[in-house]
Design a protein around this ligand. Structure first.
Ligand SMILES: Nc1ncnc2c1ncn2[C@@H]1O[C@H](COP(=O)(O)OP(=O)(O)OP(=O)(O)O)[C@@H](O)[C@H]1O
Ligand SMILES: [Mg+2]
Length: 245
């Protein structure tokens, strides 16, 4: 396979939890290098299932999942770091009984030769984690937990990071902070595939977006166009267009 075109390429994906009962059906999604692509859609649309298919956690019945020149279908999820892919799941993405520095050290085991250097780099990048390095992760605020989960994903220097609703349960200010941080991560050359309920805010930092409904692609395009599309705004963005009060 050649390494041209989109970095992550999902084509004709059929995937789910039981063979013969697909949740995601004939889905096409791609992410270019350094791009932030957001998946939005109603509850149960199959957004998390898509990310789980890319990370080898559900059954893929048909389709292509390629990262650069590598085929990801059938790859052991524990080995995805070697392909340059990191995943921040929707829940249980940190060890709440361990302190911040222990969480980072555990994540560092994915890159043993550089672990100490990478943990230090994360503490430099996220001062909020450095300040709370000895605090139990379960005692962090919701926003700080997400920062920790993202730092753990970044430890192994991924080329693409998949994030499932990183702003879930956060205040609007904390959500904006997390999304701005994601923008900065992408500015550093990392591709991001983001699932978000917080559609308007997420589109604000994204390059492109897909709307999923009932396991299928309903709409795709540049994020800015979606923000300005009255039909999309009406159905998916709370009925208000950008600039509306
Ligand atoms: N572990 C599971 N076993 C069987 N079915 C599941 C499982 N997890 C999710 N589903 C089903 O798959 C469908 C899609 O779920 P998914 O979690 O992908 O939706 P989602 O778009 O991420 O929704 P949300 O916005 O609520 O997170 C739903 O009908 C759900 O009931
Ligand atoms: Mg979900």
């Amino acid at each position: 396979m050649s390494d041209t075109g989109p970095f992550l390429r999902v084509e004709g994906l059929v995937a789910g939890y039981r063979r013969g009962l697909p949740i995601v059906r004939d889905l096409d999604v791609h992410v270019n290098r350094g791009e932030i692509v957001t998946i939005i859609g109603p509850n149960g649309a199959g957004k998390s299932t898509l990310l789980k298919a890319v990370t080898g956690l559900v059954i893929v019945e048909a389709g292509t999942i390629a990262l650069g020149a590598d085929n990801l279908v059938g790859v052991d999820p524990a080995r995805l770091g070697r392909y340059g892919l990191a995943y921040v799941p929707q829940t249980a993405n940190i060890f709440t009984s361990l302190c911040v520095i222990e969480n980072l050290a555990l994540a560092g085991r994915r890159c043993p030769s550089a672990a100490q250097r990478r943990v230090e780099a994360m503490l430099d990048l996220f001062p909020v984690l450095a300040e709370r390095r000895n605090v139990r992760a379960g005692a962090l605020s919701g926003g700080q937990r997400q920062v920790l989960a993202i730092a753990m994903a970044l430890i192994a220097e991924p080329q693409i990071i998949l994030m499932d609703e990183p702003t879930a349960g956060l205040s609007p200010i904390a959500s904006q902070e997390v999304l701005s941080m994601i923008r900065e991560i992408a500015a550093g050359g990392v591709s991001v595939l983001l699932v978000e309920q917080n559609a308007k805010m997420a589109l604000g930092i994204s390059d492109r977006a897909y709307i999923l409904a009932d396991g299928q692609n309903q709409h795709e395009g540049p994020a800015g166009d979606m923000l300005d599309d009255p039909v999309v705004a009406e159905i998916y963005l709370g009925g208000k267009r950008r600039g509306a009060a």
